[in-house]
Design a binder for this molecule. Structure first.
Ligand code: SF4
Length: 188
């Protein structure tokens, strides 16, 4: 029988628990009843990769009825060995947090109110603001007459929610505009 490290730990833990409870003369029924109440009981284990940074820790996702019910670091993966940082450990809340936004919110200058907007409206507005800024501030040459082709008035801050390929695209798009100031959350 193939048994990986996680499976071995589970079997060992279960065997030890049964042995020690049996030795103490305790009935196992309450333990079974407790296990049946765990949220991962009967859930399917799906191996996935944390999307938040390039360390790419492996995560065991527990899925029940098509929904993520729990997640934890994969102890069999040599890079993270079961550990997750605070962001990876909070992956479950990405799908379950009641405060997660599902539509873009916009707050007009000097307004105290947030308004719900469509994605089309938001994308069009961002594109227009980017074009206006670039048209206004793009610098072809510096004070010495050297060609620089750069845009100093825009800055890119990458998000940990973007994967490596998306980050490469962001970077190329910004370079195309002449943006030279960039940073990224996922450079830990
Ligand atoms: S964000 Fe944390 S848990 Fe996720 S891959 Fe990076 S180090 Fe690992």
């Amino acid at each position: 029988m193939h048994c990986n490290r996680r499976g071995f730990m589970k079997l060992s833990g279960a065997a030890l628990t049964c042995l020690s409870l049996g030795q103490l003369g305790n009935a196992l029924t309450p333990v079974k009843a407790y296990a049946a109440g765990l949220k991962i009981d009967g859930a399917k284990e799906v191996l996935t990769v944390c999307p938040f940074c390039s360390v790419s820790c492996h995560i065991v996702a527990y899925v029940k009825n098509g929904k993520l019910v729990s997640s934890e670091g994969d102890p069999d993966y040599p890079i993270n060995q079961g550990a997750l940082c605070a962001k990876g450990a909070a992956m479950l809340t990405m799908t379950t947090n009641e405060h997660r936004l599902h539509k873009p919110l916009y707050r007009a200058p000097y307004s105290e109110q947030w308004e719900e907007k469509s994605w089309d409206w938001v994308i069009e507005r961002i594109a227009r603001r980017v074009k206006e800024t670039r048209d206004k501030d793009f610098l072809e040459t510096n004070a010495k007459g050297h060609r620089v082709n750069r845009l100093d008035s825009m800055f890119l801050l990458g998000t940990s929610h973007a994967d490596n390929e998306e980050c490469a695209l962001f970077h190329q798009a910004m370079k195309g505009l002449g943006v030279v100031h960039m940073d990224h959350q996922a450079r830990i």
